[in-house]
Design a protein around this ligand. Structure first.
Ligand SMILES: Nc1ncnc2c1ncn2[C@@H]1O[C@H](COP(=O)(O)OP(=O)(O)OP(=O)(O)O)[C@@H](O)[C@H]1O
Length: 419
């Protein structure tokens, strides 16, 4: 099991992250002109001033994808390129067989570059964006190009070619979190896996809020935007709604149009149009409830009292019946029950109606680390006790249940509480 990164370690770690991508960048993307590199360096370091070159304008008629690779944690960049033809080849002319998803922006395809590496190609809807590069697209490019983190989907390049607008990002090959919770992907997520995913997402948002300059508010944290790797770790995607937080360090919020997905949007933001990092904290609270209950934020087919999942789950928690809210797919055990209760308690804080009462994302990370530690301690003590019991009575342990981190969990059957 990979050790989670402390947010403060992320910068130092980014050079080794970069190393993983180096060969690809080296082999397949040439450095273009120094001028462009300088422009991108300025763009990435956030030092562009009024009157400097507008990269978006400059590239309006440019048909080359700009691939950005970060060589150090200080964001010195090199810019490389590949053509629309390369993208057509990579996706076999956007063949339906390579289609992996559809979103508000357009269609997503899986692509294989010349070097064999896999990418996700997001192709904008043509009729929708025939007026040129949409703001949502520009936001996504700008935001993604500035960030580098293990738990965030990386931008590899972007392209405008005639009426085509295309963005190329890291391919994350194991579907999204919602698909895993629905059981249409994978073998179902155990409680420890859900906890790891929650921590990965919390790391990613903490990074956006705390370690990017200026801070970034994601604005669309939801289960379908959490992509899952083969090792069941999470990467936060879709920065289409993201908007750079104000550069004014004294400002406490930015006023803006309400954007986001129903069920996840901070009610205070909806009411006041004031967006702060605490709006992401609220959406993260909804996501935590989703992870523990397996339910969608809005369950329109359920009885009225259960339709808004956070309201229903928080009521169960308040009345000491949190186990009723626990995803029926989760195995019950004292350790997993403890996780569900404590994660729901954290969700309760994240969902506070007033943003000042909500914790920061960094605080959420710390609380989740504590829950994971308690879980591990409890499971290993249960396992030790059961092992000594089993060695006397059952010399052959059942390796099948040894699926996750913590060995067999004979204690699972004890303390079972029926939902
Ligand atoms: N980088 C990626 N790697 C693998 N699959 C991806 C990637 N990006 C997106 N997908 C898949 O394509 C689907 C559509 O993605 P997209 O970001 O366009 O829309 P969405 O997040 O589902 O919806 P919305 O536009 O409302 O935010 C995702 O749900 C995911 O399953």
């Amino acid at each position: 099991m990979k050790k989670a990164l402390h947010p403060t370690m992320i910068r130092q770690d980014s050079s080794s992250l970069h190393d993983q991508h180096k060969p690809r960048a080296k082999n397949y993307f040439k450095v273009v002109s120094r001028k462009l590199a300088a422009v991108f360096t300025a763009l990435l370091s956030g030092k562009r001033k009024k009157g400097s070159i507008d990269v978006n304008k400059m590239q309006k008629n440019n048909t080359r994808v700009k691939r950005i690779s970060f060589s150090t944690s200080t964001y010195q960049s090199t810019v490389s390129d590949f053509s629309f033809e390369d993208i057509c080849k990579a996706t076999v002319n956007f063949s339906p067989e390579n289609k992996i998803g559809e979103g508000g922006f357009g269609t997503v395809y899986k692509g294989r570059l010349k070097d064999g590496s896999l990418v996700a190609v997001k192709r904008a809807k043509k009729d929708k964006y025939d007026q040129g590069l949409p703001q949502q697209f520009k936001n996504e490019i700008l935001t993604l190009s500035k960030i580098e983190h293990l738990n965030l989907v990386r931008l590899f390049g972007y392209l405008e070619h005639k009426d085509e607008q295309i963005i190329v990002v890291e391919y994350v090959g194991n579907g999204n979190l919602r698909e895993h919770l629905d059981g249409v992907r994978g073998n179902g997520l155990e409680i420890a896996e859900r906890l790891d995913i929650a921590i990965d997402v919390a790391h990613a948002i903490t990074y956006l809020h705390t370690y990017t300059d200026p801070p970034i508010i994601h604005r669309d944290i939801k289960a379908s935007n959490i992509l899952i790797t083969e090792k069941l770790r999470a990467k936060v995607a879709d920065f289409g709604f993201a908007r750079l937080a104000t550069e004014d360090p004294t400002a406490t919020h930015i006023s803006t149009q309400v954007k986001g997905t129903a069920g996840y949007v901070d009610p205070e933001y909806t009411r006041t149009y004031q967006l702060t990092d605490k709006s992401d904290v609220y959406s993260f609270g909804v996501l935590l409830v989703e992870l523990m209950t397996g339910r969608y934020p809005i369950e329109s087919k359920k009885p009225v009292k259960e339709r808004v999942t956070i309201r229903w789950a928080m009521k169960r928690l308040k009345e000491g019946e949190f186990v009723i809210a626990m995803d029926p797919k989760l195995r019950r055990s004292p350790a997993s029950n403890m996780v569900v209760e404590n994660v729901l308690k954290l969700a309760h804080q994240c969902l506070a109606p007033v943003r000042q009462s909500r914790p920061t994302m960094k605080k959420c990370v710390e609380v989740l680390w504590g829950i994971r530690k308690d879980y591990k301690d409890r499971v290993s003590s249960t396992t030790a006790a059961s092992t000594s019991h089993c060695s006397a009575n059952f010399p052959y342990r059942n390796a099948k249940s040894d699926r996750h981190l913590f060995g067999i969990q004979e204690g699972d059957s004890y303390g079972f509480i029926s939902a």
